[in-house]
Design a protein around this ligand. Structure first.
Ligand SMILES: Nc1ncnc2c1ncn2[C@@H]1O[C@H](COP(=O)(O)OP(=O)(O)OP(=O)(O)O)[C@@H](O)[C@H]1O
Ligand SMILES: [Mg+2]
Length: 225
């Protein structure tokens, strides 16, 4: 392993991935440094979510390697990958992805619960950070879309992951609410020393980036913003 990998939140080393004979990623090299904000742009179907899925160990590359927070994902068991994902990654999706049968508090507390830790204070602090203090007892289906996404952000960040992967987190929100979610993601990831990969169609979000990735025809081009 390259010693630089140990320090990165995420490294792709010549990662290739095809689906049904179509090359989606062609020997992609990429690194996300700790605390860095990367905005990933690309048209629909270019492979942005595939990058997220590979980074989180939910998909495996056909060739090349993915190193998450210093751990080469191909060299660990499925169980260890699941644990790594739970401890080192925070995921936010377009569709909020909350568990409807759990309360707001329980949704945010889930990682701590799975790891057998109390975490009550952290969860309450996090709910206050996202403007939902006192709402922990409610169920997600009683919340607006923007509020549900704030819960999802709290749940993704409460355990201070090394890497936050946000896949079109504003896609289902109006512009003002989207701005609130972006501000929260940027402030809370930076404030906790985490790195953020923010996937979007919207080139306006380049404004938040330390670095911009553009995915096109299997190639990832990179530029500093
Ligand atoms: N598990 C899979 N099985 C088969 N094909 C897949 C799978 N995952 C992705 N693909 C294909 O790979 C291509 C890239 O998909 P991906 O979801 O990564 O694109 P995207 O850039 O996230 O698009 P969008 O902006 O619409 O979300 C698409 O053509 C998709 O159909
Ligand atoms: Mg996608």
């Amino acid at each position: 392993m390259n010693p630089a990998d140990v320090k990165s939140a995420l490294t792709f080393n010549r990662v290739s991935k095809s689906f049904a004979g179509r090359t989606i990623l062609n020997a992609v090299d990429a690194t996300v440094n700790p605390g860095e904000i990367v905005v990933l742009l690309g048209r629909s179907g270019s492979g942005k979510s595939t990058i997220v899925n590979l980074a989180a160990g939910m998909e495996q590359p056909d060739s090349g390697s993915v190193v998450l927070a210093g751990h080469p994902l191909a060299q660990v068991s499925e169980r260890e990958r699941t644990l790594l994902r739970r401890r080192s990654v925070g995921l936010v999706f377009q569709a909020f992805n909350l568990l409807p049968e759990l309360t707001v508090f329980e949704n945010v507390h889930l990682r701590h619960a799975l790891d057998g830790r109390d975490g009550t204070k952290e969860v309450e602090a996090m709910l206050a950070e996202v403007g939902l203090a006192g709402r922990g007892g409610e169920h997600p289906d009683h919340l607006s879309g923007g509020e549900q996404q704030r819960v999802a952000v709290a749940a993704a960040l409460v355990h201070q992951p090394a890497l936050v992967l946000a896949d079109e987190p504003t896609g289902a929100l109006d512009q003002v609410t989207a701005g609130v979610i972006v501000d929260l993601l940027v402030r809370l990831t930076r404030g906790r020393g985490g790195a953020l990969v923010f996937v979007t169609h919207n080139p306006e979000y380049v404004a938040i980036a330390d670095r911009v990735w553009r995915l096109d025809d299997g190639q990832l081009s990179q530029e500093r913003s």
